[in-house]
Design a protein around this ligand. Structure first.
Ligand code: PMV
Length: 305
């Protein structure tokens, strides 16, 4: 029997290690409450309607549109099913470094599973959503889809199962949008080219990010927010040296630090998109958010979904 069902995929914030994670270094990400919900209903034909964008897509393996190819691939994973209509509500800005495409994929798979009564763990769901992500990002590390499916704080290394991190206390983050769109595929290609062109520098940079991820995990576990902030700042410098920052992102990091943020950095692919800043506590996060001349929100991370 096929039911009407709702699925959910959360957004994510990368605290340490974006880009380096594509090249095999561990990274730390936090799932966030904002995300994407999808409702699946039996219908006459398969379709996917994204509400805030006011557009409808159909599955098509030969389409020019990655979304239609990705939709076809995911549907092809379910044998003998009735046609389904999906209505998708996206509460994440696309191209902002918050894992919007992965969250759509996770929410769709979750909705189909529930509609058809397929039992699958969130970890398995996250792993399947990598197939969806590949249509958008070429060579995704897998961190976005897993963080979206699992929520909470995770340490992830490519091709290994993610590991949950239990923080000593709540971690309050401020996320601000630069207003510029980020293109993950382009930025990943830019970084890969830069690393291939300077292998010695690349090895040192990746080694340093690995150390930063280890330090960040220790700081999260022990509640040492000062140390965690220092890691964020240093990771930002490395991302900046990879040409992933913009004047707008630099200004946001400066404003956040002037408002007392313990650390601030690009989050996600960069070249636009969002900045994340670490606050000492909840009220401090609100103050930082209020001091930024940008659209921003506060997120308390660390609790499993
Ligand atoms: O900007 P987003 O949300 O697509 O995040 C990309 C994260 C990268 O590390 C740059 C790419 C990846 O696949 O891990």
């Amino acid at each position: 029997m096929t039911n009407t069902a709702m699925g959910f995929g959360g957004g994510k914030i990368i605290l340490v290690g974006e880009h380096a994670v594509v090249h095999g270094t561990p990274a730390i990400a936090a799932g966030i409450r904002r995300g994407v919900s999808s409702i699946a209903r039996p219908a006459d034909q398969d379709s996917l309607h994204v509400e805030p964008w006011g557009r409808t897509w159909r599955p098509n393996a030969k389409s020019e549109e990655p979304l239609e190819r990705a939709f076809e691939r995911i549907l092809s994973r379910y044998a003998d099913r009735p046609p389904l209509r999906f209505v998708v509500r996206v509460a994440l800005p696309p191209g902002a470094g918050l894992g919007c495409s992965a969250a759509i994929g996770v929410s769709l798979i979750d909705a189909i599973d529930k509609a058809l009564g397929v039992a699958r763990s969130r970890a398995e769901l996250g792993a399947l959503a990598l197939e969806w992500e590949r249509f958008f990002h070429g060579d995704p590390s897998g961190i976005d889809n897993l963080a979206s499916a699992l929520g909470g704080l995770l340490c992830y290394r490519r091709s290994s199962p993610p590991r949950r991190i239990s923080p000593k206390g709540s971690i309050f983050l401020v996320v601000a949008h630069s207003g510029q769109r980020s293109n993950t595929k382009e930025m990943v290609a830019r970084v890969s080219q830069r690393l291939a062109g300077s292998p010695e520098w690349a090895r040192r940079a990746l080694d340093e990010v690995k150390t930063l991820a280890i330090d960040a995990e220790a700081a999260i576990r022990s509640g040492d927010l000062i140390a965690l902030g220092a890691v964020l700042n240093r990771n930002h410098e490395i991302l900046r040296s990879l040409n992933l920052s913009t004047n707008r992102l630099e200004a946001l990091c400066r404003e956040a630090r002037s408002a007392g943020a313990l650390g601030a950095k690009i989050t996600g692919a960069g070249g636009g998109g969002c900045m994340v800043a670490l606050a000492a506590e909840a009220e401090h996060a609100d103050r930082i958010s209020g001091a930024l001349a940008a659209e921003s929100f506060v997120e308390e991370v660390g609790r499993a979904a």
